[in-house]
Write a protein that binds this ligand. Structure first.
Ligand code: ADP
Ligand code: MG
Length: 251
């Protein structure tokens, strides 16, 4: 679905936010991009939906160079979910979910039905929540609306930038479950950014590890754990494992 060919990006000339990186993302994959703050994760997502243009290399999307896709069309066809998702405060939850279909000029009745259906699919009862305003929802509920809104675009590709980063552990756990369930049912291609290794392991078909703009390794969680390609990947996994070992020794 997406192929990146030696794509790189610098904001200032002396420093690569993203060193040349090649990556194939097949349709239907849930790919997690894992790295600490500043490692280039958001830059990678922004290149995929053309909020940024690469300095070198190129990206193909559904068999056609990204730059040949119309950027406005592209952004409407790619769902984008981020932390503090920016729901429009004066619109109801239902209208927020149906933002893109409304912009496209879809029939209002269909927009309404779609919103109801998608709210249900993220475990928000539309009879309770559809007519509320965003401020009347908790952070976790708003994040569910963000996921529903991204799905409402009808996009086959969802880009998710640390969407659950600000949530408490229990809420995050529930939303991870919702996402896995949606992925299983709808077979969307998802690129999910996180700095949380446990979240990555739980969600990912494959994990891409970034460190200071450099691709460290691409593989399943088991491959990363059992055959780390770099010292960074090895340490990434050994720290939580050591913490668990210490806990075991104490008990
Ligand atoms: P992440 O999402 O992994 O935290 P980013 O992709 O946002 O990382 O940033 C990668 C690097 O590029 C960081 O060092 C960051 O400071 C820098 N950077 C990001 N956006 C800009 C920008 N608009 N101008 C200058 N530097 C930027
Ligand atoms: Mg980021």
């Amino acid at each position: 679905m997406i192929s990146l060919h030696a794509v790189s990006k610098s904001y200032q000339r002396q420093f690569d936010a993203l060193a040349p990186l090649s990556l194939e993302i097949p349709a239907g994959e849930l790919l997690v991009v894992l790295g600490s703050s500043g490692s280039g994760k958001s830059t990678l997502l922004k290149l995929i939906n053309r909020l940024l243009e690469p300095d070198s290399g190129h990206i193909d999307y559904i068999g056609k160079p990204l730059r040949e896709h119309d950027p406005v069309q592209l952004r409407r066809n790619i769902g984008y979910v981020f932390q503090g998702i920016g729901l429009l405060p004066h619109l109801t939850i239902a209208d927020n979910v149906a933002t893109v279909p409304r912009l496209r000029g879809d029939d209002p009745r269909r927009c309404h039905e779609l919103a109801q259906q998608l709210l249900t699919s993220v475990n928000l009862d539309p009879s309770i929540y559809a007519q509320r305003l965003p401020a009347e929802l908790s952070g976790g509920q708003q994040q569910r609306v963000g996921v529903a809104r991204a799905l409402a675009t009808g996009a086959d590709l969802l880009l998710m930038d640390e969407p659950f980063g600000a949530l408490d552990a229990i809420t995050r756990d529930e939303l991870q479950e919702v996402l896995l369930d949606l992925h299983q049912r709808l077979h969307k291609t998802i690129v999910f950014v996180t700095h949380d290794i446990l979240e990555a392991v739980r969600l990912a078909d494959r994990i891409v590890v970034l460190h200071q703009g450099q691709l460290q390794q691409i593989g399943t969680a088991a491959q990363l754990l059992n055959a780390p390609a770099t010292r960074f990947v090895q340490q990434l996994f050994s720290k939580p494992l050591q913490a668990l070992d210490r806990l075991r020794l104490k008990s």
